[in-house]
Design a protein around this ligand. Structure first.
Ligand code: HEM
Length: 516
C-alpha cells in the first residue's frame, strides 16, 4: 500500500495545481469592485460559445443585458479576466481618445507565433503603426476611383453568371455566388490576377479552397479559433496553429508569380502588389512610432521587410476583402427580400441611377444613392461583421471611474449589443433603413454604431468595401427583384464557429426577372 502513497500525492498535487491555475483569477473583478458574473470552472462566462452552442456576440449581449445600468462588466473569457465596456463615453476613450493605451487587439504576445497572424489586423504597437501608415496610401479616393473599372468588369461577369444560373433555376444560394464575385474583385484590384471564381465555380478552384480554409467553420476550425482566443499559450505549446500551413504556401507562390509577371518592376496599376514590390526592394519600411500618440514626439521606426511580412499582408487583404463584402451584400438582399416597401424604393433609386448614367455602373454610384447606402448601413447594424471588437491594455491606464486597468488586460467592445440595444436603436430587430437618412441619422449617438470599428484602427478597407457592395447590388437589382425562397426563415441563426458573422443556414433567394 505504502508504494501508492507517492503516486496519490503526485496525482493530488497535479489536480491541486491545475485547480489553482484555473481559479486563481476568479476574484479578480471582485477585488477591483467591478460588477461581474460568477465564472464557471475553465469556461468562465463563455461556456455556450466554447462548446459551439452560441455565437460570441450573442453571448456577450446576454451578459451586457444582465447589467443594464453599468458602464462596464467584468467577465472571465475562459480563465482570463476581460472587461466588457458598454458606456459609449468610455468606449470613445478606448477606441479613439486614449487609443495609445489600447492599441493592441488582444493576446498580442502571440502574434509572432505564426506567419499569418503577423499581418496588420492581429498586430499592435510599432509594427502595426508602420504597416498601417505604409498601407494607407492604397485606399485614397483617387486610388479607389482609378480601380473602379476593375470592379465594374467583375460586376459584368456577375451579371453573366447570374443570367446563366437563372436558366436552370430561379432560387440561388446567394452567399457563395457573391463570395465568388468579391473574390474576383479583390483578386483583380489587389493582385491584378483573375481568380476565375465566378466563371468557374469548381470546388477545385484554389481561391475558393483558400477562402474556405481561411474562414473554416468545421469543428476543428472552431476548436482552433476558440482555443487560441481563450488559452493561447497552451494552444501554441501543443503545436496548434490558427491557420493551415498550405494557405501561406499558396499565397507565397501567387505573389512570386505576380512579381515575376511584372518582372519585379512596379507597373502602372499602382495596386497592392506594386506597393509591396517597392517594400521588397527597400528591405525595410519606416514610419512613426506608436509612442508618438502619447508623447507628441516624432520618433521614427524601421521595420525589416521579409517575404513572411509581405505574404501575411497579402493574405489579410484577400481574406478581409472578400468575406466581409459578400456577407454584407447577401444580408442586404435577404433583408430587401423581406421588406417589399424598402425594396421598391431601392429599385426606384437604382433605375433613376441607370437613367442618369446611360445604363453604366460608374464610380459615382457609391455616392449617388442615399437609400441604397442607408440599406447597407442598416444591414451592417443588424449584422455587424465583427460583433465584438477586442483591444488589449498596452500600458497601465486608469478609467475616469477610478478603475485601474493593468497592462495586458483584455478589453471587449460589444458592437452587436450596442447595435441591438433599444436605447440606441428603437425596435432593434426591425430593418428600417430610414434610421440612416436625413435628420434621423443625426440622432445616432457617437460610439453606438461601429460596423467598421473606430479610431486609428478603423477598417482600412471601409471605402473600398462600398465599391463591390454597391456595384453588386446595382448589377443584381437592375435585372431582378428578390423574394425569400421557399422554406427560407425570416430570421437567421449565426454560426458560432466563425471568425466573422455568418449565417448558419444557406441564404436562398428567389430572383424574379424585372420587366423594365
Ligand atoms: C463590409 C465590409 C467590411 C466590414 C464591415 C469591415 C469591418 C472591419 C472591422 C470592424 C475592423 C476592425 C476595426 C477596429 O478594430 O476598430 C476591420 C479592420 C480591418 N479591415 Fe475591414 N471590413 C470590411 C471590408 C474590408 C475590406 C474590403 C478590406 C480590404 C480590402 C478590409 C481590411 C481591413 C484591415 C486590413 C483591417 C485591420 C485594420 C487595423 O487593424 O488597423 N476590410 N474591418
Amino acid at each position: 500500500m505504502m508504494v501508492f502513497y507517492p503516486i496519490f500525492t503526485a496525482i493530488f498535487a497535479v489536480i491541486y495545481l491545475l485547480y489553482y491555475y484555473i481559479t486563481k483569477n476568479h476574484d479578480y473583478w471582485k477585488k477591483r469592485n467591478v460588477p461581474y458574473l460568477k465564472p464557471t470552472l475553465l469556461f468562465g462566462n463563455y461556456k455556450e460559445y466554447i462548446i459551439f452552442r452560441k455565437y460570441l456576440p450573442k453571448v456577450t449581449q446576454e451578459i451586457c443585458r444582465k447589467f443594464p445600468n453599468e458602464p462596464y462588466v467584468g467577465v472571465f473569457y475562459g480563465t482570463d479576466p476581460a472587461l466588457i465596456i458598454k458606456d459609449p463615453n468610455i468606449i470613445k476613450l478606448v477606441m479613439a481618445k486614449d487609443f495609445y493605451y489600447f492599441n493592441y487587439r488582444e493576446i498580442s504576445q502571440h502574434t509572432h507565433k505564426e506567419l499569418i497572424t503577423q499581418n496588420m489586423f492581429f498586430n499592435g504597437g510599432d509594427t502595426w503603426k508602420v504597416l498601417r501608415q505604409n498601407l494607407t496610401a492604397l485606399f485614397s479616393s483617387a486610388k479607389m476611383k482609378n480601380m473602379f473599372h476593375l470592379i465594374e468588369s467583375c460586376a459584368s461577369t456577375l451579371e453573366d453568371t447570374l443570367g446563366k444560373e437563372m436558366t436552370n433555376q430561379n432560387t440561388i444560394e446567394i452567399k457563395s455566388l457573391l463570395a465568388r464575385y468579391t473574390m474576383d474583385c479583390i483578386g483583380s484590384c489587389a493582385f491584378g490576377v483573375n481568380t476565375g471564381t465566378l466563371m468557374n465555380k469548381s470546388p477545385s478552384n484554389p481561391f475558393i479552397i483558400m477562402g474556405e480554409k481561411l474562414f473554416d467553420v468545421s469543428n476543428y476550425g472552431g476548436f482552433r479559433l476558440v482555443s487560441r482566443a481563450m488559452w493561447p499559450s497552451l494552444f501554441y505549446k501543443l503545436g496548434f496553429t490558427l491557420f493551415e500551413g498550405d494557405i501561406q504556401h499558396f499565397f507565397k507562390k501567387l505573389l512570386t508569380e505576380v512579381f515575376e509577371s511584372r518582372q519585379y518592376k512596379e507597373s502602372a496599376r499602382n495596386d497592392f502588389v506594386d506597393l509591396i514590390l517597392g517594400w521588397k526592394k527597400k528591405t525595410y519600411l519606416s514610419g512613426d512610432s506608436i509612442t508618438n500618440f502619447n508623447t507628441g514626439a516624432k520618433t521614427t521606426i524601421r521595420l525589416d521587410v521579409d517575404d513572411n511580412l509581405l505574404i501575411a499582408q497579402c493574405i489579410l487583404f484577400f481574406a478581409a476583402g472578400f468575406e466581409t463584402t459578400s456577407t454584407t451584400t447577401s444580408f442586404v438582399l435577404y433583408e430587401l427580400a423581406k421588406r417589399k416597401d424598402a425594396q421598391t424604393r431601392v429599385l426606384q433609386e437604382i433605375d433613376d441611377y441607370f437613367q442618369r448614367h446611360e445604363g453604366k455602373i460608374q464610380y459615382e454610384c457609391i455616392n449617388e444613392m442615399p437609400f441604397v447606402q442607408a440599406c447597407i448601413d442598416e444591414t451592417l447594424r443588424i449584422y455587424p461583421v465583427l460583433g465584438v471588437l477586442t483591444r488589449e491594455v498596452t500600458e497601465d491606464y486608469t478609467l475616469p471611474t477610478g478603475l485601474r486597468l493593468e497592462k495586458g488586460t483584455r478589453v471587449h467592445i460589444p458592437v452587436y449589443d450596442l447595435h441591438h440595444n433599444p436605447e440606441n436603436f428603437p425596435d432593434p430587430e426591425e430593418f428600417r433603413p430610414e434610421r440612416f437618412l436625413g435628420e434621423e441619422k443625426k440622432n445616432i449617438k457617437q460610439f453606438t454604431y461601429m460596423p467598421f470599428g473606430e479610431g486609428p484602427r478603423i477598417c482600412i478597407g471601409m471605402r473600398f468595401a462600398r465599391m463591390p457592395i454597391v456595384a453588386g447590388l446595382l448589377t443584381i437589382l437592375k435585372n431582378y427583384s428578390v423574394e425569400l425562397a421557399e422554406g427560407m426563415p425570416r430570421t437567421v441563426d449565426f454560426q458560432p464557429r466563425a471568425l466573422v458573422t455568418q449565417a448558419m443556414q444557406r441564404i436562398n433567394i428567389k430572383f424574379i426577372p424585372r420587366k423594365l
